[in-house]
Design a protein around this ligand. Structure first.
Ligand code: AMP
Ligand code: MN
Ligand code: MN
Ligand code: MN
Length: 278
C-alpha cells in the first residue's frame, strides 16, 4: 500500500473554511499519513497545523501555495517542506498579500458599479484572516447575500477571468517564487497544471523554464477517479524528470473534487516528492 499523502490543502488562514487543527483532524480521519497545509501566499496557519499533526501522528510538511504570473496567466506553485521563518520568503509573501488587498478594493469597486455594495466588508467578514483576501471570499459573500446560487456561479458571473468584476493582476515572477522556496529549504511543485490557462506551447515553455530554475515536482492526478487527460501530466513528469505530488486542494467539506486524502494514488512510475521526508 502506498502512503496516503495529501500535500495540497487550505485552512481559514487563506480561502479554506476550517481552522488548521480541524483540517488536520479531518485529514487524519480520512487516513492521511503525510499532510501539508498549503495556504495561498500565507504561512500563519503552519504552527497550529504542525502541532495538531504531531498530536495525531501524521508526518507534517509545512507548505505554501504561491501566486505567480507567467506568460500573462496565473500559475500556482507549491513550496513544500519550507521553513516558514525564512525572512526572504516571508517578505515575498507579504508583498503578494498587499497585491491581494489592492485587488480586493478594486473588485469591490467593480461590484459596487453593478449594484452590489460593501463587498469588501462582506468578503472580510467571511474571511478567517484579514491579511489574506481572495476571490473565494467574495464568492462566498455573493452567495450569502443571494446574488449567486453557488460560488461557481459567482466566478462565472463576476469573478472569473474576463467577467464583470475581474481585476487582472501581476503576481510574483516564477524565478522569484522558486528563489524563495529554495532559499527556505523547500521543493517547488507546479500545482494543478490542468487548471492553468496557458496554451500547449506556453505550457511546454513553462515546464522548460521551471526545470531550468531547479523546480522539483509536478502535481498529478491519474487513475480510475481522475479524467484521462490527467495521464498526460504523468508522462510529462516522467519526461522532465519531475517528482510527482499528490494533493486534494481541499478548501471546505463538501466542496471541490476531492476530500482530504481521497484522491487516486500517485502512479508507481513517479518518484513521490515526499520520498525523503518520511
Ligand atoms: P485568487 O487566488 O484569490 O485569485 O482565487 C483563486 C481561488 O478561487 C482558487 O484557489 C480556488 O480556491 C477558488 N475558485 C473556486 N472556483 C474557481 C473558479 N471557477 N475559477 C477560479 N478560481 C476558483
Ligand atoms: Mn483557493
Ligand atoms: Mn491553486
Ligand atoms: Mn490550492
Amino acid at each position: 500500500m502506498p502512503l496516503n499523502a495529501d500535500l495540497h490543502s487550505h485552512s481559514c488562514a487563506s480561502d479554506g473554511v476550517l481552522a488548521p487543527s480541524d483540517v488536520a483532524a479531518r485529514a487524519r480521519a480520512n487516513g492521511v499519513q503525510v499532510w501539508a497545509l498549503t495556504d495561498h501566499d500565507e504561512t500563519r496557519g503552519l504552527a497550529e497545523a504542525a502541532q495538531a499533526a504531531s498530536a495525531l501522528g501524521m508526518v507534517f510538511v509545512p507548505g505554501v501555495e504561491i501566486s505567480v504570473t507567467w506568460a500573462g496567466h496565473t500559475v500556482h506553485v507549491l513550496g513544500l517542506n519550507i521553513d516558514p521563518a525564512d525572512t526572504a520568503l516571508a517578505a515575498g509573501l507579504a508583498q503578494i498579500r498587499q497585491v491581494r488587498r489592492d485587488r480586493a478594493r478594486r473588485i469591490s469597486d467593480l461590484l459596487a458599479a453593478h449594484g452590489i455594495h460593501r463587498a469588501l466588508q462582506g468578503a472580510l467578514s467571511v474571511a478567517g484572516n484579514p491579511a489574506l483576501i481572495g476571490r473565494l471570499h467574495f464568492a462566498r459573500f455573493l452567495v450569502e447575500q443571494g446574488h449567486c446560487r453557488t460560488t461557481q456561479q459567482a466566478f462565472d458571473r463576476y469573478l472569473g477571468e474576463g467577467r464583470r468584476a475581474y481585476v487582472p493582476v501581476r503576481w510574483t515572477r516564477l524565478k522569484a517564487a522558486l528563489g524563495w522556496i529554495h532559499g527556505a529549504g523547500g521543493k517547488a511543485v507546479i500545482a494543478h497544471p490542468w487548471r492553468h490557462r496557458h496554451d500547449a506551447n506556453q505550457q511546454t515553455a513553462l515546464f522548460d523554464t521551471f526545470k531550468d530554475l531547479g523546480g522539483e515536482g509536478l502535481e498529478v492526478l491519474a487513475g480510475p477517479r481522475a479524467p484521462a487527460r490527467h495521464d498526460a501530466y504523468v508522462r510529462l513528469a516522467q519526461h522532465y524528470g519531475f517528482e510527482g505530488s499528490r494533493g486534494s486542494d481541499f478548501h471546505a467539506p463538501g466542496a471541490g473534487h476531492f476530500d482530504l486524502g481521497r484522491m487516486p494514488d500517485l502512479p508507481a512510475s513517479l518518484t513521490p516528492v515526499w520520498h525523503d521526508w518520511v
